[in-house]
Design a protein. Sequence first.
Length: 488
Amino acid sequence: MDQSKTPVLDALAAYHAAGQTPFTPPGHKQGRGADPRVRAVLGEDVFRSDVLATSGLDDRTSSHRVVEEAQELMADAVGADHAFFSTCGSSLSVKSAMLSVAGPHEELLVGRDAHKSVVSGLILCGIRPVWVEPQWDAERHLAHPPSADAFEAAFDAHPDARGALVTTPTPYGTCSDLAAIAELCHRRGKPLIVDEAWGAHLPFHPDLPTWAMDAGADVCVTSVHKMGSGLEQSSVFHLQGDLVAPEVLKSREDLLGTTSPSVLVYAALDGWRRQMAEHGKDLYDHALALAADVRDRIAGIDGIRVHGREDFCGPGLANDLDPLQITADISDWQVTGYTAADWLRAHHRINLHLADHRRISAQLTHADDEQTADLLLTALRDLAAHAPELRTGRRVHVPDPAGLRLEQAVLPRDAFFGPTEQVAGERAEGRIAAEMLTPYPPGIPAALPGERLTGDVLRYLRTGVQAGMVLPDAVDPRATSIRVLRQD
């Protein structure tokens, strides 16, 4: 296909050129009704291009197939059979993929390092999760994606499971052996869903980790706003093979998605696909070289260890690493990543990708350059100089793998919608959680509805919050009380 074409952008330009007058939503009527103070911040063109997809960008019957053609171009650019745009983020896309593979009370193998959006899908769908354990680095207290052997064992124990879902890359950039997992799934005639939210860029450079479609996955979910040039909430989910029917996947998206999709998001997706098809290799040549240089320069700062393949990849660890996710351990400073991230924002206006009890992480993309790299390095050097005064003495008690693993006593859906009560944190041990308790970022629940809470996990959450951890979806974000299933 002609990858220089941009159906959505071209249709939007044609809409402007034709001087269309809308008597439809959006009610601001291309910005004429928007408060001038709002337009001064957002810009005139945001409102001018915020039009309906039908009876706007396209006609009433969508006869020009504007969005459909843009999706076909996306699929062609990355080598998928089908591509579907979502303006509700990968949080919606992954739920659509799950619903297309398993239904209520059916089993689905799921890596326990899944994002909270996957857990939300389990709650909404009533799917019975079969948890597959991540690979745990006990020295660094970090989880990597589950191994192919772990999925194989889970299928052996649950042969009726409808398919498997794996998250890769993780927010730390670590990747699973997708080709091996896809092969074992297909040997059983089961589809593989890949939550590749952090991997939208992977198809466009040979030195990046293998992307899911190339590895043989059936459905792959990508967040283009994370590592690409999409606007926030832009997601594309891709499909190949015959284990998941495209009409089924589309109908599940229709069930969950908005009937008022953002043309702004569609347009940015369309333009990003063209940019990557035409210039992706060159852009990522530069991004990868910049990342290598930044890694070397950070490694020269006393007290920081920049994690590379030698730390994260190997037997019992990850299979590959995206070098654009630059993760650094600062535990030698006795400073938490939470404190460091807050200090960098307050003193250098630097916003980090994520922070945990001992690490900070900076995400580089094709948009970064020597100037942004220098800003990051200057800030980190200053952070190192101020490290002694940032020590709070608040230690996060991170359990070992056995202590982090909770019993799934009740289906997530049944616990979430069941009778609940709020109990003091010290009385929650042994009770069944009725809410997600999710350190964010990266957004992987430490406890989810239906899991039986332990003292180890409750202590981890409580000491984490005291050290700066954020629990945004808990009823009590301080974790002094917990929402649990009521005992009758």
